[in-house]
Design a protein around this ligand. Structure first.
Ligand code: ZN
Length: 473
């Protein structure tokens, strides 16, 4: 007689969202609501369970259906359980200069030129601390994977320090080896202390890929290449970075069409619009995803969508610093993968993916009307959409059996949920704020009943304060 080995963890008594999708057009025409559609298709299970084994979703079902034996059972208390949210654009080091008074009212260019000299003081310790804090902060907002665009390199080995921090936190991470080559002296925006020559950038990019990039399924760390923006890098580094990404089969990332100042700059310096420049550099490929992408023309949007380029909407940051945001609904309707990003901690000043997802919902409806964009579409952006922009849609962003076990059990403020009876997903996003109650990354519990499982956190926060004071002084 054989017995089936027990799975590691069985979560019971949850409203399980395996995959977030709205009702089809035909269903909508027939008066089927999003929640009815999701439940009848099995994408959502009311009163469900989910089993975890070896870092993966083993199986899922409805209470009452046969469940596997488990070494550990966790009662979710009827709470909502979703795939972990995925952050596709951040600059974690910027939490050392959050809400920095001299910069808070500047335009994007003024804000950058005020802060660049401060960031020139970055070193391994401050980058380690800021990354640790950022990953911990993201976990509390239900984020289980983040990319990070690290483009200020006044000293070497800063991304190594980042990877050390996220590894200690147990956070899934796509390091973006950012770069800047054009300082003020060459017509760029940054001071010369934070730019590097092209050979240094390319050889360090190669070193980081060889050391840390894990292309295998279930990877916890991957590396992408990410020249900062057209006003801080040369055309030649854009081209050679694209060639290097091709050689190692890694992803490409940059800022694009973030601000109207960028249009003027591109026409003056390159004689082209930003998207034309991007295309001419060989970047219009399915390997690329771009941050912000607010000011593409209709034709440019179609061209990039057709080329397979993805985009990150950064709702809070774009509204605070640019006065507009990517039109996610229209871009998605063109077939473009659109994810969500919190952007740098000194532009959005907050790194909470629940909040960004809710703001994406508001932006969609504000722009297109009340029947245009639903909570499930916003959640889809923050999960499957984000995973697609990172080239990772096969494994993260959903909880179908076989997916990485990156998931969140949510806690919403009790009073704000009073009266939410008919749609747990709309209720979660509209009637917040929601915080993570329990978070699993790669099958491991990182946050329990709202508490991070990080014994070193208080020490890191104290050292972060010292580092931030030194930088802002
Ligand atoms: Zn950015």
């Amino acid at each position: 007689m054989t017995t089936t080995p027990a799975v590691e963890t069985l979560i019971t008594n949850a409203y399980v969202v395996l995959q977030s999708q709205k009702a089809s057009a035909a269903e909508q025409a027939a008066g089927v609501t999003d929640v009815e559609s999701a439940q009848s298709a099995g994408r959502e299970v009311d009163g469900g369970w989910l089993a975890i084994q070896d870092g993966r979703v083993h199986s899922a079902g409805r209470m009452g259906q046969p469940m596997p034996e488990a070494q550990r059972r966790l009662d979710a208390g009827g709470r909502l359980l979703t795939p972990g949210l995925i952050n596709t654009h951040h600059h974690m080091y910027q939490n050392l200069t959050r809400a920095y008074a001299p910069a808070v009212n500047g335009t994007l260019f003024q804000w950058l030129t005020t802060l660049y000299p401060k960031w020139a003081g970055l070193h391994e310790e401050s980058v380690y601390l800021s990354t640790y804090v950022a990953a911990a902060e993201l976990l509390t907002g239900g984020c289980t994977t983040s990319s990070d665009h690290m483009y200020v390199h006044p000293v070497p080995r800063l991304i190594d320090a980042q990877i050390q921090a996220v590894t200690e936190v147990g956070f899934r991470f796509m390091a973006n080896r950012g770069s800047m080559t054009r300082s003020v002296e060459d017509g760029g925006l940054p001071p010369k202390e934070v730019v590097q020559d092209e050979d240094t950038i390319l050889s360090d990019s190669e070193r980081l890929i060889q050391t840390y990039h894990d292309p295998a399924p279930g990877a916890m760390t991957r590396v992408a290449l990410a020249p900062c923006s057209m006003f801080s890098v040369s055309e030649s580094i854009m081209r050679s970075t694209a060639e290097l990404a091709e050689k190692y089969d890694v992803r490409l990332h940059t800022h694009l069409a973030e601000d109207t100042d960028e249009d003027d700059y591109a026409l003056e310096v390159y004689g082209r619009r930003p998207v034309e420049y991007f295309e001419d550099c060989g970047w219009a490929t399915p390997r690329s995803w771009v941050a912000h992408y607010v000011y593409g023309s209709d034709q440019e949007n179609r061209r990039l969508a057709e080329a397979g380029v993805g985009a990150t909407q950064c709702p809070s940051s774009n509204m605070i610093i640019c006065g507009d945001a990517a039109d996610a609904k229209t871009l998605r309707s063109m077939g473009m993968a659109v994810g969500i990003g919190c952007d740098g901690s000194a532009s959005a000043d907050s790194a909470d993916l629940w909040q960004e997802t809710r703001t994406a919902l508001l932006l969609g409806r504000f722009r297109h009307g009340p029947d245009s964009f639903t909570a499930r579409e916003a959640l889809n952006m923050a999960t499957e959409g984000s995973a697609a922009t990172l080239g990772w849609a096969d494994e993260i962003g959903h909880l179908n059996p076989g997916a990485c076990a990156d998931l969140v059990i949510w806690d919403s403020a009790r009073l704000s949920q009073t009266g939410v009876l008919t749609d747990p997903v709309e209720g979660w996003l509209r009637s917040g704020p929601a915080r993570a109650h329990t978070v699993f990354v790669n099958g491991g519990e990182r946050l329990t009943q709202g508490q991070l499982q990080l014994p070193g956190l208080e020490d890191v926060v104290a050292r972060h304060r010292t580092a931030a004071e030194a930088m802002q002084r």
